[in-house]
Design a protein around this ligand. Structure first.
Ligand code: ATP
Length: 116
């Protein structure tokens, strides 16, 4: 099937919407991302620090999207218990956890000195 750039974009967007609709954590990440951007804007963070904030938000959101993809693939290919299925899901979830911890650290360094 020949696909245009627009179709590829449309499918990718459907993936993001699917993740937002089905994953509570993704909605929480998005809410926190919007709040952090709003706070950064309100505090007048310089462009470089805003860029770091946006990169960190992107890291968490990309990790959550990939985690969801791994979860769905595992559910599709291995509906029964298997230690490798567990390892795949747990490792993908670990990627989200690692990204979230980094985001907390970045948030601490960017916001705490300005707020207190
Ligand atoms: N097929 C499987 N084989 C072995 N362990 C599994 C399997 N599916 C899930 N698990 C284990 O159960 C945990 C929870 O999985 P579950 O499918 O309930 O949620 P999830 O797909 O990881 O996340 P969510 O609830 O956000 O969809 C996984 O992290 C993994 O440790």
């Amino acid at each position: 099937m020949r696909r245009t750039f627009f179709h590829s974009f449309q499918y990718a967007w459907q993936g993001v919407v699917y993740c937002l609709k089905t994953q509570r954590n993704m909605r929480i990440h998005l809410l926190m991302a919007i709040s952090a951007c709003g706070l950064g804007w309100r505090l007048g963070l310089p462009a470089g620090e805003m860029a770091v904030l946006l990169l960190t938000i992107g890291l968490v959101i990309v990790a959550e999207l990939l985690n969801t993809a791994v979860e769905k693939l595992v559910d599709l290919t291995c509906p029964h218990y298997h230690p490798l299925a567990k390892a795949a899901k747990d490792t993908a979830a670990g990627a989200v956890l690692a990204a979230a911890i980094i985001a907390l650290a970045v948030g601490y360094y960017l916001f705490v000195p300005r707020l207190f």
